[in-house]
Design a protein around this ligand. Structure first.
Ligand SMILES: Cc1cc2nc3c(=O)[nH]c(=O)nc-3n(C[C@H](O)[C@H](O)[C@H](O)COP(=O)(O)O)c2cc1C
Length: 184
């Protein structure tokens, strides 16, 4: 079974990005994937310690070892970020800096972003460069939403926009396809 590790990098609670990540996780489950969602707002990680750059699994902080283990076991990733100043968030970058090549090498990575204003591709465009840096394979499909694609519900947000929903369907199909092709 394909194991997909999804990371939500919003500092807000509730967050549109986390809502989108959970929506994507449910779609991936329909493709028979085993999904794990890590919400960095709910389960924060400490600042990167460069002493563990090449051996993150030996980190002295238990929550980091847990994060590294899930990343190591994953066949693919989904990384979601809000748009902060035309880019991904600092907490997303910190979480990726806690990992190394071994966690990403030849693994597909789907990129997702949400902005307060427009559907900007800038955060995911910049994340592509980061993913190349850790030897991951950023898939061509991406999901870029904005706040107006969601409605407010009692305990947070719900994805509403049909175009984004169908984009998620194409995105998850491609992620599963790439995961199958790159496994082993
Ligand atoms: C520090 C900071 C910078 C931001 N910069 C941008 C920006 O450049 N463009 C934009 O569209 N929204 C920007 N926003 C708004 C967020 O993208 C918006 O609050 C969005 O709802 C965040 O998604 P979330 O609910 O998943 O956290 C910024 C928000 C913060 C906190």
């Amino acid at each position: 079974m394909n194991k997909i590790f999804l990371i939500s990098g919003s500092a807000a609670n509730p967050a549109h990005t986390t809502t989108l990540i959970h929506y994507i996780a449910r779609q991936l489950e329909e493709h028979e994937c085993e999904v794990t969602v890590w919400n960095l707002q709910e389960k924060p990680l400490p600042f990167i310690d460069p002493a563990f750059h090449h051996n993150p699994q030996d980190h002295t902080v238990q929550v980091v070892r847990e994060f590294v283990q899930l990343a190591s076991e994953a066949n693919a990733f989904v990384i979601g970020t809000p748009n902060y100043h035309n880019s991904y968030t600092g907490i997303v970058k910190n979480s990726l800096d806690l990992l190394s090549f071994a966690q990403f090498k030849n693994k597909p990575v789907g990129l997702v972003a949400n902005g307060g204003g427009i559907r900007s591709t800038q955060p995911v465009d910049q994340l592509r460069i980061v993913i190349r840096g850790v030897l991951g394979i950023a898939i061509p499909m991406q999901v870029v939403a904005s706040n107006s694609d969601f409605i407010e519900v009692q305990d947070g947000y719900e994805l509403q926009d049909e175009a984004i929903k169908s984009r998620v369907a194409m995105f998850t199909e491609q992620l599963v396809d790439f995961t199958e092709r790159f496994k082993d």
